[in-house]
Design a protein around this ligand. Structure first.
Ligand SMILES: Cc1ncc(COP(=O)(O)O)c(C=O)c1O
Length: 419
């Protein structure tokens, strides 16, 4: 994360977050609660969809808060841009894991969803979603059987593979259940974690898929996560073009070999307005719905090299300042259990340094003379590595200004098998 000095000299925090170092809009102070703030009572009201009079200061902290208007604007902006550029959207659910967010994405034109685990695919399938791609290959009895079962239940479901051995295992399992499964070959695009080498190896694997009785070859996946975070739009575009050259070549070879290539999937929040040029036919962007502090400094097509303004930060962790006994430091309840990180940024007070003081303790520090929060303040903090943050909570409190207007469950909170 940039130092406070860099932040101030770039002037970005001030312009974007609408604060001045002196006289920042102070955060809401927690008031004594006249209404019943017990979680039992709140849950009862949420179940009845009675949100009257429920405001942020009544919520149990730390908790996740979604700004509904910003979320809607983010979903619309990506959908509109993709539509104008002629590229489809199959957004990744790994960041939000929320049916309500997914429904908004589908209403805005998404053709399906991308999932990182078979559990996510099952959960969204149970919620009635179609057109899912699982971006890891099934290995082992549990994953393989679940992938086969979901393929049987939902013929629109697809998954990837980067290995001939897995293709053989899946073919055997699919034959045993008499199912035809839909497969994309995962090609390495710069991330050393998954994906077969582009070109001949990728096409040989595609041929093996196409030759298997219980498989249909659908195309290629190439996720270029490193290119997504390259600073500066032109540099990012160049990196994306380079790193996806191999998958473009794989497509040419596949077509020459007579294999239809229906899908070229990949892409991200950082490259959503680039990937129609890189050869992808659809985008798997995830973070754009909420934004992540890791994306703040990558810069955008608007020429702003310091700030990525295309999508607005719609997700915060709401936390209470609950102790103030040390110089230049206050404690909050946003600690390790809620995945507080030094890369997080305090809304309206970006000069504060976020620290982690223990499981239930967060620390905010400042320099002499800087404005700082006080005991009882409620703060909102932009989190980093969102998919891990959302994995630590069970719900989003949906807000418009200070009002809570909805509560959405985060799926898969029932244990590891559901993550
Ligand atoms: C396979 C895959 N596709 C797409 C994405 C989405 O990227 P972003 O969150 O930057 O939009 C991710 C993010 O981790 C990913 O792992």
């Amino acid at each position: 994360m940039r130092s406070r000095r860099e932040f101030l000299s770039a002037g970005i925090a001030m312009s974007f977050l609408g604060a001045t170092r002196r006289g920042a809009a102070m955060t809401t102070s927690s008031k004594s609660c006249n209404a019943d703030c017990s979680i039992t009572e709140l849950n009862k009201r949420f179940a009845q969809r009675d949100f009257r009079g429920i405001t942020k200061d009544m919520l149990p902290t730390p908790c996740l808060v979604v700004d509904l208007d910003l979320l809607n604007a983010n979903v619309k902006h990506l959908a509109d841009t993709a539509n104008a550029n002629g590229i489809k959207v199959r957004p990744h659910v790994k960041v939000h894991k929320s049916v309500e967010v997914a429904r908004r994405q589908m209403s805005a034109g998404a053709i399906g969803l991308t999932c990182s685990t078979i559990a996510e695919a099952e959960l969204f399938s149970d919620a009635g979603m179609k057109g899912m791609i699982w971006t890891k290959q099934p290995v082992g009895r549990n994953n393989t059987q679940r992938a086969i079962a979901l393929s049987k239940k939902d013929p629109t479901f697809m998954f990837v593979s980067d290995d001939a051995q897995v293709i053989d295992w899946v073919e055997e399992a699919a034959a045993a259940h008499n199912v035809k499964v839909r497969i994309l070959v995962s090609v390495c695009a710069g991330l050393a974690r998954q994906g077969i080498e582009a070109g001949k190896p990728a096409v040989d694997l595609a041929k093996r898929v196409a030759a298997s009785k219980h498989m249909q070859f659908e195309g290629f996946m190439a996720y270029s996560g490193n290119a997504a975070h390259v600073k500066g739009f032109e540099a990012r575009r160049k990196a994306s073009m380079e790193v996806l050259a191999g998958v473009r070549e794989s497509k040419v070879f596949a077509l020459e070999a007579g294999l239809p290539v229906n899908i070229m999937t990949g892409g991200s929040t950082g490259t959503y307005n680039i990937d129609h040029e890189t050869g992808l036919t659809e985008l798997q962007a995830a973070t754009y719905v909420f934004m992540d502090t890791a994306y703040f400094p990558v810069g955008g097509q608007d020429g702003d090299m310091e700030r990525y303004n295309d999508f607005k930060p719609a997700l915060t962790v709401l936390t209470t300042v609950d102790s103030q006994y040390h110089p230049n430091l206050i404690s909050t309840d946003y600690g390790a259990k809620a995945l507080a990180r030094s890369t997080d940024i305090v809304k309206e007070m970006p000069w504060l340094k976020v620290g982690n003081g223990g499981a239930e303790y967060g620390a905010l520090t400042w320099r002499d003379g800087e404005q700082h929060p006080k005991l009882g303040d409620l703060l909102e903090i932009y989190p980093s590595s969102l998919d891990m943050s959302t994995n630590a909570f069970d719900r989003y409190y949906v807000s418009q200004g200070d009002k809570i207007v909805d509560v959405w469950p985060i799926m898969g909170r029932a244990g590891a098998a559901q993550r």
